[in-house]
Design a protein around this ligand. Structure first.
Ligand SMILES: Cc1cc2nc3c(=O)[nH]c(=O)nc-3n(C[C@H](O)[C@H](O)[C@H](O)COP(=O)(O)OP(=O)(O)OC[C@H]3O[C@@H](n4cnc5c(N)ncnc54)[C@H](O)[C@@H]3O)c2cc1C
Length: 474
């Protein structure tokens, strides 16, 4: 009898008869992919080039029935399961060596109900799939800022993008989910059905099962919006003016500004190549004409290097940053919330930016608040949300020989900026989940106990553990 060695829940390996895998494969509407299959290399690739994992089996699902069978197969044999959506998790959680991967990447359907202003989105959809379908009706879901990111991981851990201050985090716009439990059963959760589970899914990650579809509330926007993207020199004066604007920006404005190094690219004046910059980027969640007026001061903070601001299709805004994040580059990202954006914070950020080993790296400043901050504890485990700013530190580099200095730079940034930090941590930018238990405690604070109780109820053996893991607890 031929067998395949697959990692199990104890960390050792179980010899699974290939005959049993064949039976599973024959049942699927999707495909079962193993190392000998032609598309194995394509199917196993993750977005972060830091990870080159070789799973034993990839169950590429075509629908709910495939997910249910995949989960039952693994749980009957105590196999450790990785869940793959858009494969954008920076810590590479969507796969593991000799593992059993349940892959939702082909489950990308989006059904919009324009009258009810709701959309049902399959668990493996990418943000661009959603924008394409919802914008056909002049509607939006607030998601993230890169169109290839998976909706699954993004929503389950929060989701921040250009519309966050007007309509909240992605998870705040959830109406219901359908989820395959550890028993391989389909459950629905909403504010009126399995309410404890629904609350936990609004920020508690992939801990409770595999979400096969999300139902979201939609909002009217577009097709055109005003998008601001102005590159300035990295001057303290400009960051101070940016801060002044941020402190009184209306809910319609969300900024994601960043420091970096001007690339060697003909879109930028040659005399600025390799010099440090500060980009002010913002989107106005409302009429484009009004947005142009409201965002105008951001275009006049000083003498710009370039100004790409314009009325744009919302679908183009959502793709504006895509080219900066190619699949296969190396990435290491961490974040922290800020309680203050003082002059000392500005000096620290500007100094750290100049030390970045890679010219692709950035320090991002997200303005928080607005609708995001008006969410109660009973609505989401990601609360309270009091910090006015979030800093994302992104090391992005090509040469694998340079892993060490790039990772060290991010850690140095976190250490230096910690003096200005507010409590909490955003688990969609969690490094490689080093000191995971501390991170989880920091992220959820007092809500962790309630999350652990929900985990105990729906996944007492911690079957779904390859994630930002919450341990079951009564
Ligand atoms: C280029 C880039 C841009 C980003 N921009 C933003 C941004 O603007 N805003 C923001 O908030 N975050 C952003 N992120 C972070 C992103 O939200 C996380 O990396 C997230 O994990 C990606 O989700 P995914 O489905 O692609 O993840 P995957 O790597 O496919 O999955 C990671 C984990 O998510 C869970 N998971 C995924 N799908 C499901 C599902 N259907 N059911 C149950 N569990 C599931 C599982 O635990 C899995 O281990 C960005 C990431 C990248 C790489």
């Amino acid at each position: 009898m031929t067998t395949l060695e697959i990692v199990n829940l104890t960390g050792s390996k179980t010899a699974v008869p290939t005959k049993e895998l064949d039976i599973l494969g024959n049942k699927l509407r999707g495909t079962l992919i193993r190392a000998e299959d032609e598309n194995y290399d394509e199917a196993r690739q993750l977005w972060n080039g830091m990870f080159d994992k070789h799973p034993a089996v990839i169950v590429r699902c075509a629908g709910v029935a495939d997910v249910m069978d995949g989960v039952r197969f693994a749980s009957d044999r105590n196999l450790l399961v990785a869940v793959r959506g858009g494969a954008h998790n920076v810590a590479g959680l969507a796969s593991y060596d000799d593992g059993f991967v349940i892959d939702l990447s082909q489950m990308r359907a989006v059904h919009v109900d324009p009258q009810a202003r709701t959309a049902r989105v399959e668990g493996g959809a990418q943000l661009g799939d959603i924008d394409r379908e919802t914008q056909a009706f002049g509607l939006v879901i607030p998601t993230g800022v890169v169109s290839e990111t998976g909706i699954g991981g993004l929503t389950l851990n929060g989701g921040v993008g250009w519309l966050r201050r007007k309509w909240g985090m992605t998870c705040d716009n959830l109406l219901s989910v359908e989820l395959v439990t550890v028993e391989g059963k389909l459950l629905k959760a909403s504010k009126t059905q399995n309410e404890d589970l629904f609350w936990a899914l609004c920020g508690g990650g992939g801990n409770f099962g595999i979400v096969t579809s999300f139902e979201f509330e939609l909002h009217p926007l577009g097709p055109e919006v005003m998008f601001c993207f102005v590159m300035y020199p990295d001057s303290k004066d400009i960051l101070q003016k940016f801060r002044k604007y941020a402190c009184s920006e209306p809910d319609e404005v969300a900024m994601l500004s960043f420091t970096g190094t001007v690339p060697e690219d003909e879109n930028f004046p040659r005399e600025w190549w390799h010099k440090p910059f500060f980009v002010v980027a913002a989107c106005y969640a409302g009429a484009a004409d009004k947005g142009e007026l409201v965002l105008q001061p951001l275009r006049e903070l000083g003498t710009s290097i370039v100004d790409f601001s314009d009325h744009m299709l919302f679908t183009d805004v959502q793709k504006f940053l895509d080219a900066d994040y190619p699949k296969g580059r190396n990435y290491y990202w961490k974040s922290l919330y800020l309680r203050e954006f003082s002059d000392a914070t500005i000096d620290t950020i500007l100094g750290l930016n100049r030390k970045a080993p890679s010219h692709h790296s950035t320090i991002d400043i997200w303005t928080m608040g607005g609708a995001m901050s008006r969410v109660g504890t009973d609505e989401s485990p990601l609360s309270p949300r009091e910090a006015p700013f979030m800093i994302g530190i992104e090391a992005n580099w090509d040469n694998p020989q340079e892993n060490e200095p790039n990772i060290a730079w991010v850690r140095e940034c976190v250490d230096e900026l910690a003096q200005f930090a507010a409590p909490g941590i955003y688990l969609n930018f969690p490094g490689f989940l080093e000191k995971a238990d501390e991170l989880i405690q920091e992220a959820y604070g007092e809500n962790l106990k309630r999350l652990a109780e929900v985990k105990q109820k729906y996944d007492p053996e911690n079957f779904f553990r390859l994630n930002q893991n919450i341990k079951p607890g009564s």
